[in-house]
Design a protein around this ligand. Structure first.
Ligand code: ZN
Length: 457
């Protein structure tokens, strides 16, 4: 007897035959995946699926679709810099089937009405599943309860960055943390101490791109993470620190986790594969916030990923046109694109022996999803969404920014030989990317969210 089907399926049905799980276990035997109405029903050898569309896995390596916990697609408002059509095409190119997006240009999501408008705007344009972060600002306080069911988290800037100023008043910050705790949603934070950022600018009035890591200093991040963890202790809020860039901040997170505080964190590929020693070569292409620090910081971050102190690698994909990056240092915008490269860059960490394969994969799939409480994403297991990537680990190709889908058309990794390029990407049972091209125009849906959990007291 055929079980009754959901009248509005989450996706399509597909039988993937003859792929190979990556990383391979003791047996590198072929594995199949049966996806019914967008949801994984079975994973294993020799699966049947009468009447299902079939996809030949061709012996390619198989991983779950990636979850990028941090992207900026600048849409609505600044579509000339990216937009969801290009941004989500770039995501698929990088093996990413789910993104969590931070709006840091107007209109900000500070009310339920604004957030609903944005979700509908994105739904019409995104090729990948998406979560829209709400902005945690004093003006959004009255709306937090109403926004909580619609957003994975509230985004708080402790230090100013592109488009959004940092908060300097400690009591105002405490009020925001307490508000998020009452609304039952975690805070995701950009941690750089605003007073130390201002002091850095004054100390280096004629800085060049090679000194960006001194202007936006190690201390600025470490002090800000210390403040944020202190506010977690005081308010009961849950915290995820975005784009951790220093060994010192990772050590604070490690201690906070050991003390059983509800904190998690992510870093980005540029903090792991590049360092401030690349700044003279890359100039403003390496100008990102927080700044890219030293090789020793990279090593500290890799160790923090390996021991579970840092959960995830998210790109902080922040596209800007090359003309703007070519301005002199003080006037060039901060941020770099890289969602188009997330899986090849993560694979590179494994290829170089910097991170073990299972940790690297989890940091962009299961651990990434779990750190933001995103159910049904990040695993190829029954009951999870049928999102997957097939790639050839042996295929090598150099990065060419001009050929990437992202509108910015440049890359800080230009010329770097990478492997792990996704060949086929499946989103909820539907082939959405194949051999370098997207095969759908939209179809992304809002990510399922855990119900808000108001803090006790
Ligand atoms: Zn960001």
């Amino acid at each position: 007897m055929t079980p009754a089907r959901d009248p509005s399926p989450r996706g399509k049905s597909l039988l993937v035959r003859g792929a190979r799980s990556w990383p391979s276990g003791p047996s590198a035997a072929a594995v199949d995946v049966r996806i019914v109405d967008g949801v994984v029903e079975a994973v294993g050898p020799g699966l049947e699926g009468d009447g299902l569309t079939r996809l030949d896995g061709c012996g390619l390596a198989l991983i779950p679709g990636l979850v990028d916990v941090h992207v900026h697609f600048r849409d609505p408002g600044l579509e000339r810099k990216e937009g969801w059509e290009r941004g989500s095409a770039g995501a698929l190119h990088g093996g990413v089937t789910s993104v969590v997006e931070v709006q840091n240009n107007p209109p900000l999501s500070t009310s339920r009405a604004a957030l609903l408008d944005r979700i509908e705007h994105v739904r019409a344009r995104s090729r990948v599943d998406f979560g829209c972060l709400a902005n945690l600002l004093p003006e959004s306080l009255p709306e937090l309860d109403a926004m909580a069911p619609l957003t994975p988290a509230f985004k708080c800037f402790l230090g100013g960055s592109t488009g959004v100023g940092g908060l300097i008043d400690r009591e105002a910050l405490a009020g925001l943390f307490a508000g998020a705790a009452r609304a039952g949603r975690m805070i995701v934070a950009h941690c750089e101490d605003e007073a130390l950022l201002r002091a850095g600018k004054e100390r280096f009035p004629r800085a060049t791109a090679a000194e960006h890591h001194l202007v936006r200093s190690t201390e600025a991040e470490v002090e800000s993470v210390r403040t944020a963890i202190d506010l977690v202790r005081r308010t009961g809020a849950e915290l995820h620190v975005f784009h951790v860039s220093t060994r010192g901040a990772a050590e604070l997170l490690r201690a906070a986790r050991a003390a059983r505080l509800p904190v998690s964190g992510s870093t980005a590929p540029h903090y792991l594969l590049l360092s401030c020693e690349d700044a003279p070569r890359l100039g403003n292409l390496l100008k990102v916030n927080p700044s890219v620090k030293t090789l020793d910081d990279s090593r500290g971050l890799l160790a923090a990923l390996a021991d579970g102190t840092i959960d995830a690698i998210g790109t902080d994909h922040a596209p800007h046109p090359l003309e703007e990056k070519r301005r002199e240092y003080a006037h060039a915008p901060s941020g770099m694109p890289s969602v188009d490269l997330l899986w090849p860059l993560t694979f590179e960490l494994v290829r170089r022996g910097l991170l073990d394969a299972r940790t690297a994969l989890a940091s962009v799939t299961s651990a990434a999803a779990e750190s933001l409480h995103l159910p049904r994403k990040g695993r190829l297991e029954p009951g999870f969404d049928g999102d997957l990537v097939l790639f050839d680990p042996a295929e090598k190709r150099a990065v060419r920014g001009a050929e990437l889908p992202s509108r910015s058309k440049w890359s800080a990794y230009e010329g770097l030989e990478l492997s792990g390029w996704p060949r086929i990407v499946v989103r909820r049972g539907e082939v959405v990317f194949r051999d370098g091209r997207t095969t759908v125009e939209a179809g992304g849906r809002p990510l399922d969210l855990r119900s808000p959990v108001p803090a006790a007291g």
